[in-house]
Design a protein around this ligand. Structure first.
Ligand SMILES: *[C@@H]1O[C@H](CO)[C@@H](O)[C@H](O)[C@H]1NC(C)=O
Length: 173
């Protein structure tokens, strides 16, 4: 091979490697903010794309840096093995401060924090998935890990791939 051809082959394989590594960096870019480093966090935009492509439901935590209840939830959440295992079956998103979506569907019964919402793979919020063990006036407020995993299990049953598609077959016909 000519040296210039060698160089070309080398450069194009570098380019492939580079674009692969860029891709994985882009999809794993979101920080944990104290909610657990064992979980793969996504930004809301990347998360929506991934949920749509994978058929996985999305879990979205809305929180603020200055909020005491958020600070209290973080260690309970991040130390829970059950949550980190269940998280494999979700696209996980945490939204801090100004990242809170303006869309009203993300605050079904008020703008308190932290709030946890579950979305189907198409990105629609499902307000029927609430904290059944919590305060009925603040249905999306969670203060302990067991309540979070109970919500995740309910969401997993109702919103994951097949279950979700079956209940929506009617919509598509
Ligand atoms: C996180 O991963 C580490 C290393 O695999 C493990 O020791 C730890 O128990 C995990 N934590 C949780 C909450 O799953």
């Amino acid at each position: 091979m000519q040296p210039s051809a060698m160089k070309l082959v080398f450069l194009s394989s570098l380019q492939v490697l580079f674009s692969l590594s860029c891709f994985s960096e882009v999809v794993s870019a979101a920080p944990s903010r104290g909610f657990g480093d064992n979980i793969s966090w996504r930004t809301l935009d990347d998360g929506k794309k991934e949920a749509e492509a994978s058929g996985l439901p999305m879990m979205v935590i809305v929180h603020k840096t200055w909020c005491g209840a958020c600070k209290a939830l973080k260690p309970k959440f991040s130390e829970s093995k059950e949550i980190s295992e269940l998280a494999h079956n979700f696209v996980m998103v945490n939204l801090e401060d100004e990242e809170e979506p303006k869309d009203q569907s993300f605050s079904p019964d008020g703008g308190y924090i932290p709030r946890i919402l579950f979305l189907d793979p198409s990105g629609m919020v499902h307000p029927e998935i609430t904290n059944k063990n919590g305060n009925p006036s603040y249905k999306y407020f969670y203060s302990n890990a067991d309540h979070v995993s109970a919500g995740m299990k309910e969401a997993q049953e109702k919103l994951t791939g097949d279950a979700y598609r079956k209940s929506h077959v009617g919509d598509e016909l």
